[in-house]
Design a protein around this ligand. Sequence first.
Ligand code: MEV
Length: 315
Amino acid sequence: MEEATGVSAAKIILIGEHAVVYGTPAIALPIPSIQLSAHLVPRADGQQLIHSVFYTGTLEDATDAFAGIAKVLRQLLTYFSARTQGFDLTIDSALPPERGMGSSAATATAIVRAVYAAFNTPLPHATLLNWTSVSERAIHGAPSGLDAATTSAQSPQWFVKGHTPQPIHLPQAGVLVIADTGIPGQTKQAVASVAAKLQTDPTRYRPEIDTIDQAVRAAAVALAQNDLPLLGKEMNRAQASLSELGVSSPQLDRLISAARTAGALGAKLTGGGQGGCMIALTQDTETADKVVDAVTEAGATATWIHAFAAEDSRS
Ligand code: MEV
């Protein structure tokens, strides 16, 4: 093993979360300026130590929130015949954990990249996704694969479960505000609660999945036609269905409403919901700044700005 670093980025689901679990499309984008890195340094004494905000301690003792990541790391070491190799693994993350920005998938992606680099082995993209699915399944139950696909991507993605993601172009104009409720999202529980609703009352809830499906397809047309007001409208339509499916929260609703009042073209939760982050689409940075002020006033604990054109984010 050699010293090596792997990096990944935050992801934002623009539209399509939850329905994507049932085979409908979603549009997601990496936010390259919000990065996570995994730095691996070999140790001669055989100790396997992890240093991160999520967990600090030995690989052997890693449980709970870090168990899925530890699982993929153990399997990687076995794959490289290095199960007893000592190391310090330091994870530095600008992503808030459990906020729907793909923190767990980004962590796994960076670690897989670091381990492959440490063993001087090329890493095909499909192999990377296979590895990250090990931890994503352990952490989220039955993930669609969207988070792993997007945190390792270089460009916005049109994603359908089980298919190779396709790059999708964003308009030149358009600025997203991302705002954190400060409350951990509950992706696994949220996905399970939607599944339970669909099972017990499909007549009521299946149409919400279909509405999100239609909103995603209309959003793709809006992107292709540089029609930001239409994109905002479709984001609002998806949010109404996510709310009906029970995955919004009072805090998310407050930030979404504040963003719309401040001039956002559309606003919705992003990711698993029931906490976590919301996104708001604005026409320009001036309106984005107003939305930042409004959501901060409404209780957001952190905000980021991401311009579609510039791939430029400020925190
Ligand atoms: C979580 O970031 C996105 C969900 O659609 C779950 C998934 O796709 O696995 C809620």
